[in-house]
Design a protein. Structure first.
Length: 408
């Protein structure tokens, strides 16, 4: 974004950057490590000039999970405890937000967030930059921004899909005291992501890049969600492989695979568009393959293995198993059965079990194994392009090891 010969005090004005109730007015001073001022919103308190990570524990990569969770605890505390002074919220509402965050942002595998730390560390080392506890903590903060992004998406997604469980517990909206409040909670978590970015990175020269990256990724994800939700208004004939690929590319691949790596690249000072393009290509293939795994596991894994109750058949999902069965493998009689019952039967019903049996009879498990191997081969074929762009292939290898042939 910067010119090749920047003026000493170059500035960039950005207009209203908004997302579902969260807005940021950004006027960023480049090339100087000076905190950005936001005079229109410096109310009711003056700018907090303390170091944003003062009091954070030393980040220990030998116990990465513990250190990562400690960062979440600090973020939750700082986001909620100040709201009495900054937004006049009573104790009851502060307590609600803290409980809501604890319930929804923890309990997952944290792969996306942890990969920000790991990939960012590798990027910094490749660039010859220091990797201190401070740098690892900043990467962890960005990692939790992704985890919180995912949390609000899942709160809303579960509500829209009438899902029952998430991460082995009832979905947030299913709690008697929550119900429709879950939608506002989802918007609150999204808004908190941008508050965290502002608090921790407004003094960094790449702050505007982070805001842009989160905003664009959120919009991409919501485009995928729109493609997914519109399936309720489409016929099964419209559930093509191309539509499935678009849904999973935009709903999952960008925020789950590209975003963690792009954040590490941004913090390491990467500005070459070709490098981001080279990173995006294999990560898109990984993300699409990852969602095919999810679709496969929804039908064939147990709820205990999956961490939730699979509802794709009940919910009329445009999934990998269905599009292959309906358009390529099913007989006329089997298609007629799918037309009659897909998206119209309950979880555990005889009709749902019959559709799962049909998937097995059509040898979709064997077809999936072939698809899995081809995806792996396609990803590996991109190694040369990634390394030519100056990026460490080890980052992409780490991602691939986490997803290839996973069982849950």
């Amino acid at each position: 974004m910067a010119a090749s010969k920047p003026a000493p005090v170059a500035t960039v004005a950005a207009g209203a950057l908004a997302g579902f109730g969260a807005g940021l007015l950004v006027y960023h001073t480049l090339f100087r490590k000076k905190a950005t001022r936001f005079p229109a919103t410096e109310w009711p308190l003056p700018v907090d000039k303390r170091h944003p990570r003062a009091g954070y524990p030393t980040y220990d990569q030998k116990d990465a999970t513990k250190s990562f969770i400690q960062v979440c605890d600090k973020l939750t505390a700082e986001c909620t405890e100040e709201l009495g002074k900054t937004h006049e919220l009573p104790e009851a509402e502060k307590k609600w937000l803290k409980e809501m965050l604890e319930y929804n942002v923890k309990g997952g595998k944290m792969n996306r967030g942890l990969m920000v730390v790991v990939s960012g560390e590798l990027m910094l080392k490749t660039k010859g930059m220091p990797v201190t506890s401070e740098e690892l903590t900043k990467l962890a903060v960005l990692g939790w921004c992704i985890e919180w992004l995912q949390a609000w998406l899942l709160i809303a997604d579960d509500f829209m899909d009438d899902s029952e469980t998430r991460r082995g517990q009832p979905c947030w909206y299913k709690l008697d005291k929550v119900k429709q409040i879950a939608l506002n909670d989802a918007f609150m978590v999204e808004a908190l992501v941008y508050r965290v970015l502002k608090r921790h990175f407004s003094a960094e020269p790449y702050y505007l890049q982070l805001v842009d990256l989160f905003m664009e990724t959120t919009f991409q994800t919501e485009c995928g969600q729109l493609l997914d939700l519109q399936c309720m208004n489409l016929s099964l004939q419209d559930f093509t492989f191309k539509r499935w690929e678009l849904i999973v590319k935009y709903k999952t691949a960008f925020y789950s695979f590209y975003l963690p790596v792009a954040l590490g690249m941004t913090m390491a000072g990467v500005q070459d568009k070709k490098a981001f393009d080279a990173a995006r290509d294999p990560l898109m293939v990984m993300g699409i393959y990852f969602q095919a795994q999810d679709d496969y596991l929804d039908a064939f894994a147990t709820p205990e293995e999956l961490g939730k109750i699979g509802t794709d058949i009940q919910d009329k999902k445009c999934g990998w198993l269905f599009v292959n069965a309906y358009h390529n493998l099913a007989s006329a009689e089997q298609k007629k059965y799918l037309d009659k019952h897909y998206g119209k039967c309950k979880v555990g019903s005889a009709e749902e079990l019959e559709i799962k049996k049909m998937y097995k009879d059509l040898k979709l498990q064997e077809l999936y194994e072939k698809y899995e191997q081809k995806s792996y081969d396609d990803i590996m074929s991109m190694r040369e392009g990634v390394e030519k762009s100056g990026l460490p292939w080890s980052v992409f290898e780490l991602f691939l090891k986490k997803v290839y042939k996973r069982k849950k």
